[in-house]
Design a protein around this ligand. Structure first.
Ligand code: ZN
Ligand code: ZN
Length: 263
């Protein structure tokens, strides 16, 4: 809708003939638009390429015409619009306005989910404030998460993605360093601070050293795989390292994860 101009659409899936549900939806949209002197748009919802066909689309068009449910223009089919949606998705992602939600449908509906007068559920924002490490745990990854901060702003986030990618090097810090370099447009991260829940391993310490990052702040120590067990000199000499910040909280995330695993 723009400037009071009403635009409505009917978006059938061309996987068969019109059924009563289709006709009802088309009629409601048509009435709503026509009663307000708006514009009616038809769009074929043809994402399920196995089941949809142009023959069915043609049948739908002729059925709509027969019913008198006319439209003013037909938009390109949904299958040809993914680049368009991807553009918007990327825009939202770059502005930090989207985040993954791990709730099941029933969880969303049970716990105090606010809903509108007409019974429609409103998403309660349960997963909005999850940290990277908490997201990793919910994704069944060893929960390690980090952020890179420059001038008081988070410029990159990372969480362990080893299981998801089935790649041994997808540690939180590797991902965050790559993203930060891309954001800064330079391979050096002098003025940046990395905050990470667990002491970096030698691989990540190496990557961080190559980036010449200004400061590293980590929570829990990792007595088995932490870089300091092997060689504290792995870090770049100019990098300031601060350890033990909220160590208990950060450590308990990992121990709790493994305790649940053993259950
Ligand atoms: Zn959620
Ligand atoms: Zn690592």
């Amino acid at each position: 809708m723009s400037g009071g101009h009403v635009v409505g659409r009917f978006a059938p899936t061309p996987s068969g003939r019109m059924h009563l549900g289709n006709v009802f939806a088309a009629l409601i949209a048509w009435l709503s638009v026509r009663s307000r002197d708006g514009e009616m748009v038809l769009r074929m919802e043809d994402l399920d390429t196995q089941r949809t066909s142009s023959d069915f689309a043609e049948t739908l068009r002729s059925d709509l015409c027969w019913l008198g449910l006319t439209w003013d223009r037909e938009q390109s089919p949904q299958s040809q619009r993914s680049a368009f949606y991807d553009g918007y998705f990327e825009d939202l992602r770059s502005r930090g306005l989207i985040y993954p939600c791990y709730c099941t449908r029933s969880q969303l509906h049970s716990v105090n989910a606010p809903h509108l007068a007409d019974g429609t559920y409103v998403y309660p924002g349960t997963c909005r404030e999850l940290t990277e490490a908490q997201k990793a745990a919910l994704e069944d990854e060893v929960p390690v998460g980090c952020v890179v901060v420059q001038n008081g702003k988070i410029i990159a986030r990372g969480r362990n993605r080893r299981e998801k990618t089935q790649c041994a090097t997808r540690h939180a810090e590797m991902i965050a360093v790559e993203k930060a370099c891309k954001k800064v447009g330079y391979w050096r991260l002098y003025g940046c601070t990395l905050y990470v829940t667990l002491e970096p391993c030698p691989m990540c310490a190496g990557a961080l050293a190559w980036s010449q990052i200004g400061r590293i702040v980590y929570g829990a120590s990792d007595p088995k795989r932490g870089f300091s067990m092997f060689s504290p000199s792995l870090m770049h000499p100019k990098t300031e390292v601060v350890s033990g910040v909220l160590a208990e909280e950060c450590g308990s995330l990992v121990t709790e994860f493994f305790r649940n695993k053993r259950k």
